[in-house]
Design a protein around this ligand. Sequence first.
Ligand code: FAD
Length: 608
Amino acid sequence: MSRSVLVTGGNRGIGLATARALAAEGNKVAVTYRTGEPPSGLFGVRCDVTDPAQVKAAVEEVAIQQGPVEILVSNAGITRDQVLIGMPEEDFRDVMETNFQAAVTVTREVVPAMIKARWGRLIYMSSINSMSGAPGQTNYASAKAAMIGFARSLAIEVGRRNITVNVVAPGMIETDMVQDVTDARRQAALARTALARTGTPEEVAAAVRRAAERGLRVKAVGTGHSFTAAAATDGLLIQPERLAGIHRIDRAAGTVTVGAGTPLKQLNAALAGEGLSLTNMGDIMEQTVSGAVGTGTHGTGRESGSLAAQIAALELVTADGSVLACSAQENPEVFAAARIGLGALGVITSLTFTVEPVFLLTAREEPMSFDRVTSSFDELWADNEHFEFYWFPHTGNCNTKRNNRSAGPPRPLGRAGAWFEDEFLSNGVFEVANRLGRVAPAAIPAIARVSSRALSSRTYTDIPYKVFTSPRRVRFVEMEYALPREAVVEALRELRSMVDRSHLRVSFPVEVRTAPADDIPLSTASGRDSAYIAVHMYKGTPYQAYFTAAERIFTAYGGRPHWGKVHTRDAEYLEGVYPRFGEFRDLRNRLDPERRFRNDYVRRVLGE
Ligand SMILES: Cc1cc2nc3c(=O)[nH]c(=O)nc-3n(C[C@H](O)[C@H](O)[C@H](O)COP(=O)(O)OP(=O)(O)OC[C@H]3O[C@@H](n4cnc5c(N)ncnc54)[C@H](O)[C@@H]3O)c2cc1C
């Protein structure tokens, strides 16, 4: 019998796996999700479960779509791990609110219909730590333990109405939620699991073969930081987190080989510990190495390109279950294409990056007028190894950042200065400004003028990852296009006049970066010197009108969308802007004739 199911937090991890399993059994399954895109094939309802009004609306929407909820899987949860004495009060409260209080709120909304129908199933996702406890998780373990008391009491209250209440308490499951778990804790947790070791490429190959026997499609996923459904699948989802860690450092060759599931932050820290560094990187380092390279993640650079452009070799499990070693010498045509492959050619199990002795970068951040940046863009680009800037819509103000190698000495941002600029201004005040803008869009231009002027110049010198990356806690949706570098100023001016002419209210700055031409078929910088324009919208704010208008401007210049960010392009368009598109397609036909690694997104952007 097909039931109406609601899974909260059902767009990733355990929630998504549960939702898919229930859907596979023929149920009508809806999932709530807070950010990103809903998983394909399931009815997604955007909902912040900590907001009772949104929960009420979501439950009503599900009832209209598929009938009143009969089975609730309350799974939404977050972690904010920290020992109690160092834990900010709000981190405790946020975890209690999302993991426990929200479960109560959702339950209140769904139970009346269950009572009326005299049938219902309430399932709560707790954790083994609710019973065993875990250091750094006083908040999480409390919330998960509260869930057990809640469920036991509720079971007595509603049991005679034929409503059952159950709690599931899983151990450590490899989802993006355990990304922040330290190595020591991961090792301790692994020691408590039956398979106390990391994974191997052969295990991945065996999983791909088993999926093929059962006719399932396969998709590898990183941390799910893409804004597109690049990693979604209705088949087997492979999370290679057990393929994580540094495998080998070859100082003579200047390379490091890492497991595909290694988070960039782990790679950066480990390299720094060895006196080594990547040459260039993007704005954050939460992603896995394989997920980041898979969509062409990049920073800004005059000579140095994306993460994928820094790869010297990779290991790929293909559709027939073979493990291919790929480099410029071995399987060179696979190596060329698989560096940015959207997971469409197979599952990457390890990556070898070219690294160099760690060096110092001096960052100069300086506010500048829009007119000055755009009129001297070519010089700013030519004079700096890494130049980027942010323009604040509705204003003539920009903030520029120039990073150049330096002989030292190191002058890191003082803790207080970094906290004030990065945490307080860039995250705290910016979040408040965005929230204000969401409820009062008319105030956005004034807010933008004030906040863009609040930024001041600063100079600091540090090792690369501390200069390139910074925490981004304000949630947003993003679209980014690569244009021929010589077109970027004109396109940006058009974007500005489009915003000025429109009724749009944009509270997030527009980011402009560059990359040199590279030789990767599906790189956004493939064969042409490029500049990127990225538009953002604060989470929960309608973004379609802004992105559609911006996309129209970018595509008129032959723009290439970032594979991991929102866009509407399809294979027909993309074939026209990627000269080596056919080369990738031919390789895909050879390596994956049955389309084992296809999903809806890949079908749209690469074709059948
Ligand atoms: C706050 C924020 C900041 C960002 N900053 C930048 C930035 O500065 N520059 C930039 O370019 N992008 C940026 N991005 C985009 C982000 O880097 C990409 O979307 C990236 O792909 C996400 O990595 P992930 O590990 O989450 O991978 P996922 O999103 O999980 O997966 C991405 C793709 O990689 C594939 N994949 C993952 N693992 C494997 C594997 N083992 N084998 C084969 N394929 C695999 C997946 O199938 C999918 O197609 C940002 C995103 C966010 C949310």
